[in-house]
Ligand binder design. Structure first.
Ligand code: TXD
Length: 305
């Protein structure tokens, strides 16, 4: 299994570390435009005798090294600074992601690509269009992160472990994301049974602003520990062909009534990438919120043209 990570900044390097520690790859390539990538790769490599992985880790500025990759993670691009929305990154990051896509197309045309760069749903769209890859092989990471944030806040509120919370957040990765209350349970009980409406609304709001909360603490740059965990959850499902269902940003051609956009929906992941977009019954309220979320992405795509 060969996995490449494009962009060895905070999310890219922590993702690489987790991939190595979890022994998910035989070969791990980190690509960046700055020389420090070589140091990061070597540093991860030097943990092998302690962590017990036999992965070969390479850091490079040369895209040729990604040749033959099975999976490629794209984190190249700028992160948010305090006061910025994800959409503020659109112009700069679309240029970067286009370049990355051309290199992936040239050197690794059989790879499954997981896009992380923001604004996520639009960057995934650009990756699909620029590579011309099948839609099942270009997937965006966001829903898992938004979901784990929601679960964290619920667990904290109820003083239970996050493992006892099963949450679900759909929609685009931004302020219009859609935490699905009906699908969220705590020790098997519906969220509305254990928390009142106002409290739930408060936690939903905190989830919507979860990324900004971290940005405001870090001052420079955005979250990377939970994001890298989220990426690795997807990689694990693909490498192990687990067919696990998780919320990912996927290209839609009629599913849920949407076409021509990327949106976060429940997806079955396996060795072919997206194996199925799982159709779920949604309440009218949730569907309306999802429509709103889809429109945000549509407007962002229109801005590209
Ligand atoms: O849920 C999600 N999808 C996200 C998305 C969660 C967390 C972070 N999210 C986004 O990922 C964030 O808004 C950014 O757009 C990306 C990467 O975030 P990160 O925090 O890792 O940013 P860094 O630390 O600035 O790293 C970016 C790296 C940096 O090392 C640059 O030199 C490199 O990208 N870069 C490139 N690498 C390769 N090729 C090109 N062209 C390139 N341009 C910049």
């Amino acid at each position: 299994m060969k996995i490449s990570v494009i962009g060895a900044g905070m999310v890219g390097s922590t993702t690489a570390q987790r991939i190595a520690d979890k022994k998910l790859a035989d070969e791990l390539v980190l690509v960046d435009i700055v020389e420090s990538v070589k140091g990061k790769a070597l540093d991860i490599q030097e943990s092998a005798s302690i962590e017990g992985f036999s992965t070969k880790v390479i850091g490079t500025l040369d895209y040729k090294e990604i040749s033959g990759s099975d999976i490629i993670i794209v984190t190249a691009g700028l992160p948010r600074q305090p006061g910025m929305s994800r959409d503020d990154l659109l112009a700069k990051n679309s240029e970067i992601v286009k370049k990355v896509a051309q290199n992936i197309k040239e050197y690794a045309k059989n790879a499954i690509v997981i896009v992380v760069t923001n604004p996520l749903d639009v960057m995934s769209y650009i990756m699909l269009k620029e590579t011309g890859f099948d839609k099942n092989k270009v997937i965006g990471m966001a829903g898992i992160l938004d979901t784990t944030r929601f679960a964290t806040f619920i667990a904290e509120e109820l003083n239970v472990t996050a493992k006892d919370v099963k949450a679900l957040v759909l929609g685009s990765h931004g302020d219009s994301m859609v935490p699905v209350i009906e699908e969220t349970t705590v020790k098997g009980k519906g969220l509305s049974e254990v928390l009142d409406k106002e409290k739930i609304e408060e936690l939903v709001e905190r989830t919507r602003k979860g990324g900004a909360e971290i940005v405001n603490y870090l001052k420079k740059g955005s979250a990377f520990y939970a994001p890298s965990s989220s990426v690795v959850k997807m990689i694990n499902a693909i490498v192990k062909d687990s067919k696990e269902v998780m919320p990912c940003s996927v290209y839609l051609e009629g599913e849920y009534g949407y076409s021509g956009i990327y949106l976060g929906l429940p997806v079955k992941l396996g060795k072919n990438g997206v194996e199925e977009i799982v159709e779920m019954e949604l309440s009218e309220t949730v569907k309306k919120q999802l429509d709103n979320s889809a429109n945000t992405t549509k407007n962002n795509i229109a801005k590209l043209k």
